[in-house]
Every structure is written in structure tokens, then in C-alpha cells.
Design a protein around this ligand. Structure first.
Ligand code: MGD
Ligand code: MGD
Ligand code: MO
Length: 697
């Protein structure tokens, strides 16, 4: 497998090294077996330590997805009303010519008119090349609006930056040596399987595992303890843990004195949160908080490492940023960072020295300063008229690597926006998703088996290279190629619009990574310290763990983290008395894979999990079709009375394709466009609803 040999010509089975492209912390090294140019199998690379030869169930079905009969293999042009899904086949040349004409017409209307064009993309592929490289160059040159990519992790990301100085933390492999692991806001078995392997190893060595999650997830089932707090109350829990650490003097005073900023202030705030107060907010017994604090604090005298694996579950609520800030402070109180198996990990993505400016070429803006649109409020923004404040109404939308009609909050607004007759929409896709149904043009994109790419990770610290294993199916083209050809049709003459994908892969890290090693092994491990903050050295302005942040004060916010209540606060007397969360289903990846029959069969159908007591109060039974509703809309699905749901909270597992649901909607019909305290992120899990049987209107 050298760079020049073509696997496509071989008749006997060969294997090609690749990378799983999906939005998941694990970023696995993948081996594709091909015979006569056909990919017959994908498997985990046994030589890559984190992947350890194993892929998750959904990605092991990657060939089924790639050769799916519904793959879009030719450019398509709309012939029916928006949303009807009626298209006809057109040639690439005709499609690109017409798209270029439409974009040119919009851009020609005035000096800043190109801002009416908006790219909409996220992490359908996490690849740096098929993600934001050639596409971003194209939109910069055009002067299109910028997109604030907040849909997933920006509240937690901003919180980490303000507290630890970056999206950095423990190395995942050292969780295997931890003696206490708090799995906080994460269903690791479903969404971070390769971390779970390390947690299992720790468990075998005697570690205690505690899961903090409103839902009794598959992961909670396998932990020693489960703390089922109400959604959006993690900040209160963290403050009460600090209270107990302080009053019992389970503190590393030396670490606090030398490597933290603002301890006196945080201490005073935490002392206002005795377990009884937090227990009322969190809806859990105070004893559970005391026990957790005792376990966590024990590390100070025993020296046994205590670790926290946060994932993004707790930051999808109003106070998500503050909650992550508080949790990220905890390790410093007990000096957990001194040990390589202690501390916290939410994301490792800040460890990667990605050459963004080389890939994305912001210089192509050439002095233009387009407005920024937040992807999480696309519903409202598509419906906004031109104004001095907003600028021009959005006139064209180019969607790639994302399915906003299914995944963005407050679907009724999103659908209304995408239905606008005066909106020109282009969707680059593998399948005719809910979003593609609203396109004027659908352009067929290649999958990871058909193109080059290079990856970082947000769960480990390895760079991975993806080689194409098969030729593009039908007339599909890589995103990069589509933007290269569009650039040509637009007459963009800069040489950077001819860089090929392998060249872009090489540029992504420049000299920071040995590319020959990537070509040979498929992965390369970044050199990073084993215990990054053992001696402080946080990448914050002060070099300390910033309990108090001057930067937040400068932007008009509280410098000290606090418990920030939900926008939609749980209240048993309100019209909408149930809190709904909508975490990912194990066999889907957001809305990807929902159309793969073998995986959809495992998930069954869209379900709402409800506690028996809440069901009894409503006369509901398992299997009933229910209306889940609030002021934003109604979503119909089947009810399941389930031990996975706690009293007062219902779980609507996501993210189904709307058109595969009971009535053409999914959970996002009821979620809101309200944003988080930090990071301008969505609040999917800050959502009150009522539930009743379908026939009782
Ligand atoms: N199988 C699978 N894997 C995935 C995904 C998928 O869709 N399917 N999605 C991928 C993506 S995009 C991401 S961002 C990552 C991370 O995705 P995450 O958002 O971390 O998803 P989960 O691991 O399900 O963890 C969320 C957990 O948080 C819980 N939760 C909800 N609200 C709260 C709360 O207020 N407090 C606390 N403590 N917990 C809460 C949920 O019940 C759920 O079990 O996973 C990735 N991996
Ligand atoms: N209610 C609720 N809503 C949620 C969440 C939740 O927990 N609850 N989670 C949120 C989170 S964390 C996230 S990250 C977002 C995810 O939202 P999205 O980033 O939109 O992710 P997906 O739904 O997986 O859709 C990705 C699309 O990209 C396409 N794609 C994949 N690779 C390529 C490629 O190479 N080229 C092109 N052109 N297309 C490609 C896939 O076919 C797929 O349709 O959803 C959010 N929405
Ligand atoms: Mo995400």
C-alpha cells in the first residue's frame, strides 16, 4: 500500500487504510477490504491502539450504507414543490452552470450582496479536507456570510477555554488506571465505545464507576452507581460537591495555592450550596451527593487517581457553559491533575496543530467582513427580512455535511424557512435526506470510501489519514471537487482553487506530523505530556486553572461559574410539566444511518421513554401512540414505559429522519432555538413538554 499503487486495479482482496469520518470522539482507524474494485468489508484496524481492531455496530455497516440502493449518484434538479422530493436527473455541467449563475446574480446586487449566500455545514464528515477547506476558500472568495458552527459543542468548548485554557484534558488511555471514574453527561457505550473499553479495564482493576445522567442509559446500567439528576442541574451538583470537599477539608491546598486563580471567590460561592439545597434543585437525595463527594475527596489522602469523563450531554441547556466550567474546576480542588490518570476529559480537539489558515485561506476575504449567522437559529434566520441590523435576507443556502431540517431545533420554523419559494438551496449529499427534499439542486457527494481525507479527533490525540478504497460511485464527486468546479464556473482564478485532495491532506498539519508515517500506518500519535497540568501550566492567560475568568468579566459576564437554571424550568404545575431530553440513539449517528435498514431495525421506531408513574397519571401504556407537544409544535411517536426514564423526565431518542417518523416530524418539532449561557449553542435538552394519548385532543 504505497502512495502510487492503485488498489482499484487489484482483483485479489486487498486492504486499504482509512479513518472513520463520523462525528464521534473515537475517530477509529478503519481497514477496508476490496475485491475487484468493490468494498466488501470494513473493520477496525488492530494496529491502532485506540481502535483495537473493533468498530461500532453502525460503522461496521459502512458498505451497506455506501452501496445503498438509495445513494444519490447523479445531480438532481427539483421539478415539484419544495419538500415534495420530486427531482429529475441533470448533467453536472448544467447543474454547476445554473448554480454559478444564481450565485453570481445574487452577489451582483451590491457591494455586500454576497452575504445573502450562506454555507450550512457541520460534521457529517469530520475530515479536514472534505469539511472546511476548499468549501471555505470558495465562500471566502465569494464574500458569503460566515457560519457560526455551534450546533454541538460550543458551550462546553467555550467553558473549557475559559477554565483550562483550551479544549484539552487527560489522555483517554490513562482512564484505564483511574480508581474512580465519573461518567458525566455521556452514554459512553453508545457514543464513545472506545473510551468505555478503558473504563472497563479500570473497573477490572477495582475502579468505581459513577454515571451522572437523567437517563438510566446503557452506560448507567454498567456503572456501580447512577445519579439521575434533572436535566440542566449539573452546576448545582458540582457546587454541592465543592461544598462537601471544603467543609470536610478534602482539598489539595498546595495545588489550589499554586495552580488556580480565584479560589477564595469560588470557595464562598460553593459554601452557599449545601447538599440539601442542591438535592432540591437536582431532584436527587442529598445522601447521594455526600457519598459522591466522599468518594471523590478520598483521592486526596489515598493518592488514588480520580477522573471525570464529561461528554456533551450536560451542556445542551441554558446553563450548559457554566455547568461545564464548574465540573472542569473540580479536579483542581483535589489535585487530581497531579496524576496522569486524574483530571477531566471533555475534548482533546485543542491538541491538534491544524493549519486552518492554510486550508481555509481567510486572506481570500480580501478585506471583506461578512456577517456571521448562527447555525443553531437557522429557523429564525431563514425567516428574517432584510434590515439594517441583519443585512440582506438569506437568498441562497449551500448545505453540505449536514441535515439541518432534521437536526436543527424548532423544526416548524426550519421547515418554513426551507420552504421559501425565493430561497435558492443546493444540497451536497449521499442520500435524499429531509433537507435534500427542499433543495433546488442535489449534488451527489462521495463517501469516506471514495475520497482522501485527514483527521484529528476530539477523544484521543492521534492524527489519521483516509485513503480512497474504491472509485466514486456513479457520478459522485468529493465536496472539494464540487467546490473546485464551482470556483471555475465562477471564474475564481487563484491557484489555490486547483489544489488537489492529497495536497490538501499534506497541508492540514504541514511539518507538525510525519506524512510518510501516515501513509504507511494510517495514524500518527501527537507527542503530548502524560499529565499535562501536574505542574499547572494551563494554557490560560494566567497559566492557572481559572476558577475566575477576567476574560468573561471583560465580555460582561460573571467571572465566576454558577448554577444557571434552565430556560424552561421544571415545575410540576406548569402547562408543560415534563422535561424532555433527546440524546442520540446507539445505532444512529445523529441523523446519519437512519436510512440503513439493518440499523433502523435494531432501533425499531421513534420512541418516547416515560417513567411508569408519569404514564399512570396520564393513563398511558407502552405501545400507545402519543402526542408530545408544547407551544412550538406536536410530535407523534410510540410510548415506552421504561426504567430508563426518571419521574418528570421523558427521553425522546434522536435523531430520526422526519419522513421516517409517524407523522413526518421528529423530536426537534418541540425543541427550542434559545441559546446557552456561553458559546451561543442550542439547548436541545432544555425543553418542557406535555404528553397525552393521540386520540385525546
Ligand atoms: N451512537 C452514537 N454515537 C454518537 C452520536 C450518536 O448520535 N450516536 N453522536 C455523536 C456526537 S455528534 C456527539 S456531540 C457525541 C457526544 O454526544 P453526547 O451529547 O455526549 O451524547 P451521549 O453520549 O448520548 O451523552 C449524552 C448523555 O447525556 C445525558 N443528558 C441529557 N441531559 C443531561 C443533563 O442535563 N445532565 C447530564 N449530566 N446528562 C444529561 C443523556 O441522557 C445522554 O445519556 O457523541 C457522538 N457519538
Ligand atoms: N434533538 C436533538 N437534536 C440534535 C442533537 C440531539 O442530541 N438532540 N444533537 C446535535 C448534535 S450534537 C449534532 S453534532 C448535530 C448533527 O447534525 P449534522 O451535522 O447535520 O449531522 P447528521 O445528522 O449526521 O447529518 C450529516 C449529513 O452529512 C452527510 N455527509 C456525510 N459525509 C458527507 C460528505 O463527505 N459530503 C457530503 N456532502 N455530505 C456528507 C450525511 O449523509 C448526513 O446526511 O445534531 C444536533 N441535533
Ligand atoms: Mo455533536
Amino acid at each position: 500500500m504505497n502512495e502510487t499503487s492503485s488498489p482499484l486495479a487489484d482483483a485479489s482482496p486487498t486492504q486499504v487504510l482509512g479513518a472513520c469520518p463520523h462525528d464521534c470522539p473515537d475517530t477509529c482507524s478503519m481497514l477496508t477490504t476490496i475485491a475487484s474494485g468493490i468494498a466488501i468489508k470494513v473493520q477496525g484496524n488492530p494496529a491502532h491502539p485506540h481502535t483495537d481492531g473493533a468498530l461500532c455496530t453502525k460503522v461496521s455497516r459502512y458498505t451497506e450504507r455506501t452501496y445503498h440502493v438509495e445513494r444519490i449518484l447523479h445531480p438532481l434538479k427539483r421539478i415539484g414543490p419544495k419538500g415534495s422530493g420530486q427531482f429529475e436527473r441533470v448533467s453536472w455541467d448544467a447543474a454547476l452552470q445554473d448554480i454559478a449563475t444564481q450565485l453570481r446574480t445574487i452577489a451582483a446586487q451590491g457591494p455586500h450582496a454576497a452575504q445573502a449566500i450562506l454555507p450550512y455545514s457541520y460534521a457529517g464528515t469530520m475530515g479536514l479536507v472534505q469539511g472546511e477547506s476548499m468549501s471555505t476558500r470558495f465562500f471566502h472568495k465569494l464574500g458569503a456570510s460566515l457560519l457560526d458552527r455551534t450546533i454541538c459543542s460550543s458551550a462546553g468548548g467555550e467553558a473549557l477555554v475559559q477554565t483550562l485554557g483550551g479544549k484539552v484534558g487527560m489522555r483517554v488511555e490513562f482512564f484505564a488506571e483511574s480508581k474512580l471514574i465519573l461518567i458525566w453527561g455521556s452514554n459512553s457505550i453508545a457514543s464513545n465505545l472506545h473510551f468505555w473499553r478503558y473504563a472497563q479495564e479500570a473497573k477490572r482493576q477495582g475502579a468505581k464507576l459513577v454515571c451522572i445522567d437523567p437517563r438510566k442509559s446503557e452506560t448507567a446500567d454498567k456503572c456501580h452507581e447512577h445519579i439521575a439528576l434533572l436535566p440542566g442541574t449539573d452546576g448545582a451538583l458540582a457546587l454541592a460537591l465543592m461544598h462537601e470537599l471544603i467543609v470536610n477539608d478534602w482539598l489539595d491546598h498546595d495545588y489550589l495555592a499554586h495552580h488556580t486563580l480565584g479560589w477564595d471567590m469560588l470557595r464562598s460561592r460553593a459554601l452557599q450550596w449545601p447538599p440539601e439545597r442542591a438535592a432540591l434543585v437536582c431532584g436527587i437525595p442529598p445522601e447521594q451527593i455526600r457519598t459522591l463527594a466522599k468518594d471523590y475527596g478520598a483521592s486526596v489522602s489515598s493518592g488514588e487517581p480520580a477522573a471525570i469523563r464529561m461528554n456533551y450531554g450536560m451542556q445542551r441547556v441554558h446553563g450548559g457553559g457554566n455547568a461545564v466550567r464548574l465540573i472542569a474546576c473540580l479536579p483542581a480542588l483535589i489535585g487530581a491533575w497531579r496524576h496522569r490518570a486524574g483530571g477531566v476529559l471533555l475534548s482533546s480537539s485543542g491538541s491538534f496543530p491544524i493549519k486552518k489558515t492554510v486550508l481555509q485561506r481567510p486572506d481570500l476575504l480580501a478585506g471583506k467582513t461578512p456577517r456571521t449567522i448562527n447555525m443553531s437559529t437557522i429557523g429564525d434566520d431563514l425567516l428574517r427580512a432584510a434590515s439594517a441590523d441583519f443585512g440582506p435576507a438569506i437568498a441562497a443556502l449551500i448545505v453540505y455535511n449536514s441535515n439541518p431540517v432534521a437536526i436543527a431545533p424548532d423544526s416548524a420554523k426550519v421547515v418554513q424557512g426551507f420552504s421559501r419559494e425565493d430561497l435558492f438551496t443546493v444540497v451536497l449529499e449521499h442520500f435524499q435526506t429531509d433537507t435534500a427534499d427542499y433543495a433546488d439542486y442535489i449534488l451527489p457527494a462521495t463517501t469516506q470510501l471514495e475520497h482522501w481525507d485527514i483527521h484529528g479527533s476530539y477523544g484521543h490525540t492521534d492524527v489519521l489519514l483516509n485513503r480512497p478504497a474504491i472509485a466514486p460511485l456513479g457520478e459522485a464527486k468529493p465536496n472539494t471537487q464540487i467546490f473546485r468546479e464551482l470556483a471555475q464556473k465562477m471564474g475564481f482564478a487563484e491557484p489555490c482553487f486547483t489544489d488537489d485532495d492529497l495536497a490538501l491532506c499534506r497541508m492540514a498539519y504541514g511539518d507538525a506530523v510525519n506524512f510518510d508515517e501516515l501513509l504507511t500506518n494510517g495514524f500518527a500519535t501527537l507527542t503530548s505530556p502524560e499529565a499535562p497540568f501536574a505542574q499547572g501550566n494551563f494554557p490560560t492567560p494566567s497559566g492557572k486553572c481559572e476558577f475566575f475568568s477576567e476574560r468573561l468579566v471583560a465580555s460582561g459576564l460573571d467571572g465566576l461559574p454558577d448554577h444557571v437554571p434552565n430556560h424552561e424550568t421544571f415545575n410540576s404545575s406548569s402547562v408543560y410539566p415534563l422535561a424532555m431530553i433527546s440524546p442520540p440513539a446507539r445505532n444512529f449517528l445523529n441523523s446519519t444511518f437512519v436510512n440503513v435498514a439493518s440499523l433502523r431495525d435494531i432501533e425499531g421506531e421513534p420512541l418516547l421513554e416515560m417513567h411508569a408513574q408519569d404514564a399512570a397519571e396520564r393513563g398511558l401504556q407502552s405501545g400507545d401512540v402519543v402526542r408530545v407537544f408544547n407551544q412550538r409544535g406536536v410530535y407523534h411517536c410510540k410510548l415506552e414505559i421504561s426504567k430508563r426514564a426518571r419521574v418528570g423526565v421523558v427521553n425522546g431518542l434522536g435523531v430520526w429522519w422526519r419522513k421516517l417518523g409517524l407523522d413526518g416530524t421528529n423530536v426537534n418539532q418541540v425543541t427550542s432555538q434559545a441559546l446557552t449561557d456561553l458559546g451561543r449553542a442550542p439547548t436541545f435538552y432544555d425543553c418542557l413538554v406535555q404528553v397525552e394519548a393521540e386520540n385525546r385532543q
